[in-house]
Design a protein around this ligand. Structure first.
Ligand code: PLP
Length: 379
């Protein structure tokens, strides 16, 4: 199988599994237990918190473990919304449902929500964002670092400056950026930032929320006071250990420039794709973007048909985002970029990981060419 769906999820690295195993077997003790065994597990969690913090240039006390990236987003939005005097929320049309849905839920509770547009390349309309910040009472801004479907990287530094100058709080869903790009919250002072382990070869079902103040979190889950009261419930110990190990490995890979090698492989693949497939329209790579994404439509081909053929041939990729699979709706991201419905319905997203090889990409190219020919003949 050739796996080109890393933005949906990544395979867990064998060393991550190895790091987790003791905590699924012998080291099963409750980290809140004052016994020697419990304290050992607590120490391992502390270490994982340091590893996750180090990946984004944070301090361990600024990291709260959550049940997934979606929970980190919800926790950030709820925490910010509860701050006294904040009645407004500004976000963008291309956010993941894990932002758009909680934003709409807050709107139903009386918050004033503005959803800013993006341009045809998928970048936030900064003028609209600035105008939204300047009207009315202060509030909170939430803009994703990098988009899961197109890979577009937003001008986060500028967006943070605008938001802070207006006296607003700022959160970024950095779930697709963390582990793929060198990223440091010391240089870009966001208030909150969401992370998900399974996007960088960690386990599923574990995420984290960075909070600059380390204190402004208002728990969604009340219970035994774990995570300094920010999230009740006995910790998912093995998941946390796995996330820590994956974060450490991602940090090493980034410091060794592995992502730049990945980018070179992607660029070569992309130029072959453009040369060898007629009627290809690219939706990704139109400006600053994640090195691992290729999103395109092929004239006269529906992505659902292409994806099924590719799947049968052993190439796993997405028609749009993984979350849209099974939904009859088109991509809200491509729609926001002004791409015609028919063209958007033909979009395929290939997303590489650091484990993707040149040979796999060469084979993928052949499989895509064959599938396009077949769909065209049948269509
Ligand atoms: N935000 C973005 C941008 C994502 O790509 C995803 C997952 O696809 C999520 C949030 C949700 O993360 P999780 O699957 O950990 O809940």
């Amino acid at each position: 199988m050739i796996y080109l769906d890393a933005n949906a999820t990544t395979p867990m690295h064998p060393e991550v599994l190895e790091a987790m195993m003791p905590y699924l077997t012998d080291c099963f003790h409750n980290p809140s237990s004052p016994t020697l065994s419990g304290r050992r597990v607590r120490k391992a969690i502390d270490r994982a918190r340091e590893q996750v913090a180090a990946l984004i240039g944070a301090a361990p006390e600024q990291i709260t473990f959550t049940g997934c990236g979606t929970e980190a987003n919800n926790l950030a939005l709820r925490s910010m919304a509860r701050q006294a005097g904040l009645g407004r929320i500004v976000t963008s049309a291309i956010e993941h449902p894990a932002i758009l849905k909680p934003c709409h839920a807050l709107q139903e509770k009386g918050y004033d929500l503005t959803v800013c547009e993006v341009d045809e390349r998928g970048y936030l309309d900064l003028e609209q964002y600035r105008a939204a910040l300047s009207s009315g009472t202060p509030g909170l801004g939430t803009i994703m670092w990098a988009n899961n479907e197109t890979g577009a990287i937003q001008a986060i530094e500028e967006i943070v400056l605008l938001t802070r100058a207006a006296g607003w709080l700022f959160h970024t869903d950095a779930i697709q950026a963390v582990g793929k790009l060198p990223l440091d919250v010391k240089g870009i002072p966001v208030d909150f930032l969401s992370i998900s382990a399974h996007k960088f070869h960690g386990p599923k079902g574990i995420g984290a929320l960075y909070s600059r103040s380390g204190e402004m979190i208002e728990a969604l889950i009340l219970g035994g006071g774990q995570e300094r009261g920010a999230r009740g419930g006995t910790e998912h110990v093995a998941g946390i250990i796995g996330m820590g190990k994956a974060a450490e490995m991602a940090g090493i890979a980034l410091s060794e420039g592995e992502h730049l090698k990945g980018a070179a492989r992607r660029d070569e693949f992309l130029s072959c794709l453009k040369n060898e497939i007629e009627g290809l329209r690219l939706h990704s790579s139109k400006g600053p973007g994640l090195w691992n994404v290729v999103n395109f439509s092929v004239e006269g081909c529906f992505s659902a048909a292409l994806r099924i053929l590719l799947d049968d041939a052993g190439l796993v990729c997405s028609a749009g985002s993984a979350c849209m699979t099974g939904s009859r709706k088109g991509s809200h991201v491509l729609e926001a970029m002004g791409i015609e419905k028919e063209e958007a319905a033909g979009a395929l997203r290939l997303s590489l990981s650091l484990l993707t090889t040149k040979a796999e990409l060469e084979r993928a190219l052949d499989l895509i060419k064959t599938a396009v020919t077949e769909v065209r003949v049948e269509g």
